[in-house]
Design a protein around this ligand. Structure first.
Ligand code: F6P
Length: 386
C-alpha cells in the first residue's frame, strides 16, 4: 500500500459533525500509513502555507494527533465536539487572481495527492473552480444545517440542527402556554426550508412558513395565520408556535433580517384592522400576545447527535476509500440508505446555474412527503386559508 499525502479542509458555515469527519479521515488514513494535512481555515490555509505563516510539517494531523493531555491523554473526543478544529472560511475571495495564485501555490507546496473538502454548495462551487485551475484531485463531503446540497438526502450537521430547533420549540411551549402567548421562532436555512419544516413538525408547530411554499409574507398569508390562530383558540388552545424560515421575505419581496419580528408586527396590524372593520370571527384575536425569537447561531453549535456522528464517520471513511481507488472529482452522498458517490462535474453545473438564478439548489419539494405530513397534522403552511 503506497504512502499517500492527502489534505482535508472545512469550508463555509460550521455545523455539528465536522470534527467527526476529520476524525474518521485521520483514523482510517493512519491505519493506511498515509499523512493527512489539516488545512487551516479553508482555502485560506493554502495562502498561509504559501506566505510562510504555516509550516507544512505542523499541519500533519496523523503525526501530531489530537488527543488530550494529562489524565485524559488518549481520550478520543474529537467526534463529540462541535465546530471545526481546522477552522472554517465563510466567504472566500473568488475571482481575485492574486489570492487564487497564492492558494494554488500553497497547494502545490504541500505536494498533495488529493484533497477532501468538507463543505456546502457555496464552498463546493468555489473550490471546484480552484481545483480545475490547479489540477487538484478532490473528493467532497457535504455538510450544512440547511441540507440543501443536491443529490444527497443528508448533509452532515442537519439532524443535529433539527434537534436543536425542536428542543427550543419544546422549551418555548411551556412559557407560551403559561402566558397564553404566540411564539414565533425564526429558523436558519438560508433559502431552503428543510430545517424549519422538519423541526416544526418534530417540535409541534401550528404554523410553518418556508420559502418554497410561502416566499413572501403577503396579506393572504398573514390572514391565513390569523385564521389558524383563531381556529386554535376556538378549540380551546390559547397559545401557539409559529416557525418561520429566515428565507421567507417581506410583503414587497424585501429580505428581512428579523422576519419573525416582521411577522409579529404584521399579525398584530392585521388583527387591529380586522377589529376596526368589525370582523365577526377574527376580532376575537385582539388580545393576542406575541413574542418573536431568533435562534441564530445556536442552531450551528450543539453537540453532534449520534446520527450526525455516524453520517460524518461513514462519509469520512468513504472519502478515504475513493482516494485509495483514485476515484477523484466525486462527492460522497447518501441515497436510499446507502453511502455512495457521484461525479462532481454535473452537480457543480446545477449548483452554478442555481446560484446564477438565485435559486436554492435543493429546495423542499412542496409535493413531498414531509409537506404532506405537515398538512395531515393540520399545520398551516401559508398557502391556503379557510
Ligand atoms: O449555511 C448555513 C447558515 O447557517 C445558514 O443557515 C445561515 O443563513 C448562514 O449560514 C449564516 O451565515 P453566517 O454564519 O455567515 O452568519
Amino acid at each position: 500500500m503506497s504512502n499517500k499525502r492527502i489534505g482535508i479542509l472545512t469550508s463555509g458555515g460550521d455545523c455539528p459533525g465536522l470534527n467527526a469527519v476529520i476524525r474518521a479521515v485521520v483514523k482510517s488514513s493512519t491505519l493506511k500509513n498515509w499523512d493527512v494535512y489539516g488545512i487551516p481555515y479553508g482555502t485560506d490555509g493554502f495562502i498561509g502555507i504559501a506566505n510562510g505563516k504555516y509550516q507544512a510539517d505542523d499541519l500533519i494531523l496523523t503525526k501530531h494527533g489530537y488527543a488530550l493531555p494529562g489524565m485524559l491523554k488518549g481520550l478520543d473526543v474529537l467526534q463529540f465536539l462541535s465546530g471545526s478544529v481546522l477552522g472554517s472560511l465563510s466567504k472566500g475571495h473568488p475571482g481575485d487572481p492574486k489570492i487564487t495564485e497564492a492558494i494554488l501555490k500553497g497547494y502545490e507546496m504541500l505536494d498533495l495527492e488529493a484533497l477532501i473538502i468538507v463543505g456546502g454548495d457555496g464552498s463546493l462551487d468555489i473550490i471546484y473552480d480552484l481545483a480545475q485551475k490547479g489540477n487538484w484531485n478532490i473528493v467532497a463531503v457535504p455538510k450544512t444545517i440547511d441540507n440543501d446540497v443536491p443529490f444527497t438526502e443528508w448533509a452532515v450537521g442537519f439532524t443535529t440542527a433539527v434537534d436543536i430547533v425542536t428542543q427550543a420549540l419544546y422549551d418555548l411551549t411551556f412559557t407560551a402556554a403559561s402566558h397564553e402567548r404566540i411564539m414565533i421562532v425564526q429558523v436558519m436555512g438560508r433559502d431552503a426550508g428543510h430545517l424549519a419544516l422538519n423541526s416544526g413538525i418534530a417540535g409541534g408547530a401550528d404554523i410553518i412558513l418556508i420559502p418554497e411554499i410561502t416566499p413572501f409574507l403577503t396579506s393572504e398569508v398573514v390572514n391565513g395565520c390569523c385564521h389558524q390562530l383563531m381556529k386554535l383558540r376556538t378549540s380551546g388552545r390559547h397559545f401557539a408556535l409559529i416557525v418561520i424560515s429566515e428565507g421567507v421575505k417581506g410583503e414587497n419581496h424585501e429580505s428581512e433580517k428579523y422576519i419573525a419580528d416582521y411577522l409579529e408586527e404584521r399579525i398584530l396590524k392585521q388583527v387591529s384592522y380586522l377589529c376596526d372593520i368589525n370582523d365577526p370571527v377574527l376580532c376575537g384575536l385582539t388580545s393576542l400576545d406575541i413574542r418573536a425569537t431568533t435562534l441564530g447561531h445556536l442552531q450551528r453549535s450543539g453537540t453532534p447527535l449520534s446520527l450526525d456522528r455516524l453520517l460524518a464517520t461513514v462519509y469520512g471513511i468513504k472519502a478515504v476509500e475513493l482516494i485509495e481507488e483514485e476515484k477523484y472529482d466525486q462527492v460522497v452522498v447518501w441515497r436510499e440508505g446507502q453511502v455512495t458517490s457521484l461525479p462532481l462535474k454535473p452537480i457543480i453545473k446545477i449548483i452554478k446555474q442555481c446560484h446564477a438564478e438565485k435559486r436554492c439548489a435543493f429546495p423542499v419539494d412542496p409535493q413531498g412527503f414531509m409537506v404532506k405530513t405537515a398538512r395531515s397534522l393540520g399545520i398551516y403552511l401559508g398557502d391556503y386559508s379557510d
